[in-house]
Structures are given as structure tokens and as C-alpha cells.
Design a protein around this ligand. Structure first.
Ligand code: PMV
Length: 349
């Protein structure tokens, strides 16, 4: 049999302790480690299939959702933003071909087909799940002998954390082969944990994370301080709070780290405004909601965009969704969609 195929499914992940800033732009090595939680693939997922066809045509066809493109090395000499993912694909392919069990890794036409069960531009980190799937597909099809999370990282940094489910840590390192991600705790460790995503805006972000973090590294004086605190304290604390299932402390740290990340964005020149007025309203709302009881009930977190991720345990999710849908959304025209890990549906507000 001359043709080889592989199919994988991966879900987006949400950073609890965030990655922002690279020490190596080409190899995507982060300045600090990060910890995330991967969503359940039954809620949101990307699926990718690869087919290697024995041939000397060397063509590569990529289908994303329903649009197919033939790509070749020549594309890489043009450099608009949207080619960045193609460049990343070639970096991954090179890595795989250099270290695989396939005898003649250049003698194949490659067809890659990828789709998401959620809107690609809805702010749900589709590049993380997409590149994690691609890394698994390339590894399997070529018989890659290296680490799959290193491969995914070469596609998109945070993708390395989507290679695994549950609570995942991605380490920083001076050497690419050691900047890998690993499961800290499987999802079953804390089954009472729910994630609610409020999609406040579904357009493409104004400044991509790649460009934003480059500017931050060049201009922010707060960034070195953040990197130090994350490396010296927050990663260990987060690991412990998840291990102990201490929601109160977990929630506080998730919110502090999200705030610190956005403070660093604001300290960038020119400043990066990822939060919008609705995001800020949500932050205030959650703070008010948390005030009524002695222990925190909900945590918010925002990545490089205005959309909000809420973390809440089973016994408070009904109350939270009730408030958001019936009182808050209706009165303030806050959101477009809610996605919850509890019921797996897109709920229109
Ligand atoms: O992997 P990228 O380039 O999409 O960057 C992700 C950056 C954040 O989402 C803001 C933080 C993180 O750790 O995922």
C-alpha cells in the first residue's frame, strides 16, 4: 500500500497562567512557562486528516473548513500575515522529515483537510486545536520520532498544550527539545470544574498574538517582572491549587494572572487593547457576584481578545448561567453567544 492516512481530533485550551513573549521567535520558545485547561472535544474541537500519496509531484493541498489551497515554498517569499501559517506548516514538515521512520519522506503528495465544529473566527483559539491535530497527523503519517508537543509548538505556541486533555503545563527551556507540554492532572481530577465562554465579539483581532507579543518584548518594562513572578511563584501555586482542588485560591490566581497579562499589554508601546468595554463590564459583574459569599465562586480569564472564559464549579453554574442569560445579557446587550462545557451547546442569548 503506497498511501498513508491519519485522522486526529483536538480541542482548544484556555490558559490559566498565560504565555506572552518569546525568547526565540522562530522556534516559539516562551519566556515563561504556562498552565492551561483543555476543553472537552465533545464541546469544541478541530478535526484534521492527512493523506500522503506516493508520488513525485511534491504538491501540498490544504483544505481549511471548505476552502482548498495548493501551497508551495514559493508562497513563503511573499510575506503578508496570512501566509504565516503556511510558513509554520513548512517548519513542521521540515522537522518531521528530518527525524522520521518513513524511508523517502519527500516522495509524497500531501493532502491535509481540517475543520472545526465551531466558527473559526469566533475567538476560540482554533489555531491551538488545529495545529495540535496537524502535529498528531504528521507524526503518525511520517512516523515522527520526536515529541508531538514540540512539533505542535512549532506551528503555534499554545497549540502544544492542546496535544493533551485536562490540566497541562508547557515549560520554557533554552533548548527547543525541552520546551514541551505535559499533563499535570487529567480532567477527571476535577470533574466539577466547568468552563463558560462568553463570545462578546467574533471578528478577527486587530493585533495578532504573534505581533502583539513581539512589541511587548521590545517595549514593556513590566514584562520581565511578570515573567519572574510567573516562573518563581505562579506556576507552582497554580499546580498546587489545582492539585488541592482549592477553588477559592485557584480562582484568585486565574484572575490575577489574566489581569497581569492585560497590564503588560497596556504597558506595550503602542499599547495593546485586547479588552473592550463589555469585557470590563464582565470583570465588574464577576467581582460583584463573588462579593456575596466568603469564598470565590467564579473566575474570569481573557486571552488576546475581548472574549471571556469563566471557570465555575458544578454547584454554582446554574446560578451563574441564569444571571448571565436572564438578567445580564438581556439588559446590557452583552453577548452574542455562550458556550459551556456543561451542556456542550452554543446557546444564543
Ligand atoms: O499561541 P498563540 O500565539 O496564539 O498565543 C497565545 C497567547 C495567549 O492566548 C494570550 C496566552 C496563552 O497562554 O494561550
Amino acid at each position: 500500500m503506497n498511501n498513508i492516512s491519519a485522522t486526529y481530533e483536538c480541542a482548544p485550551n484556555i490558559a490559566l497562567i498565560k504565555y506572552w513573549g518569546k525568547s526565540d521567535d522562530e522556534l516559539i520558545i516562551p519566556l515563561n512557562g504556562s498552565i492551561s485547561i483543555t476543553l472537552d472535544t465533545s464541546v469544541l474541537s478541530s478535526r484534521t486528516t492527512i493523506l500522503l500519496i506516493k508520488s513525485n509531484s511534491h504538491k501540498i493541498y490544504v483544505t481549511l473548513n471548505s476552502a482548498t489551497q495548493e501551497i508551495d515554498d514559493g508562497d513563503l517569499n511573499k510575506s503578508p500575515d496570512d501566509l504565516i501559517n503556511k510558513k509554520r506548516l513548512f517548519i513542521m514538515l521540515d522537522k518531521v522529515r528530518q527525524n522520521c521512520i518513513l524511508q523517502d519522506p519527500f516522495e509524497y503528495e500531501i493532502r491535509i483537510c481540517s475543520s472545526n465544529n465551531f466558527p473559526t473566527a469566533c475567538g476560540m483559539a482554533s489555531s491551538a486545536s488545529g495545529f495540535a491535530c496537524l502535529a498528531y497527523c504528521l507524526s503518525k503519517a511520517f512516523g515522527y520520532k520526536g515529541d508531538v508537543s514540540e512539533l505542535a509548538r512549532l506551528g503555534s505556541g499554545s497549540a502544544c498544550r492542546s496535544c493533551f486533555g485536562g490540566f497541562v503545563k508547557w515549560n520554557t527551556a533554552t533548548d527547543s527539545a525541552f520546551s514541551l507540554s505535559r499533563v499535570l492532572f487529567p480532567a477527571e481530577h476535577w470533574p466539577q470544574m466547568n468552563i463558560v465562554a462568553l463570545i462578546l465579539e467574533d471578528g478577527k483581532k486587530a493585533v495578532s498574538s504573534t505581533h502583539g507579543m513581539k512589541d511587548t518584548v521590545l517595549t514593556s518594562q513590566l514584562l520581565p517582572q511578570r515573567v519572574k513572578i510567573v516562573e518563581e511563584k505562579r506556576l507552582k501555586m497554580m499546580q498546587q491549587f489545582i492539585g488541592d482542588k482549592n477553588f477559592d485560591q485557584f480562582a484568585k490566581l486565574v484572575m490575577q494572572d489574566s489581569n497581569s497579562f492585560h497590564a503588560v499589554c497596556l504597558d506595550t508601546y503602542p499599547p495593546l487593547f485586547y479588552l473592550n468595554d463589555k469585557s470590563k463590564e464582565i470583570i465588574q459583574f464577576i467581582n460583584e457576584f463573588n462579593k456575596i459569599d466568603p469564598e470565590l465562586k467564579v473566575a474570569y480569564s481573557f486571552d488576546a481578545g475581548p472574549n471571556c472564559f469563566l471557570f465555575v464549579l458544578d454547584h454554582h453554574i446554574a446560578e451563574l448561567l441564569f444571571l448571565i442569560k436572564n438578567i445580564y445579557l438581556n439588559n446590557s446587550d452583552l453577548g452574542e453567544k455562550i458556550v459551556t462545557s456543561a451542556d456542550g451547546n452554543f446557546l444564543k442569548s
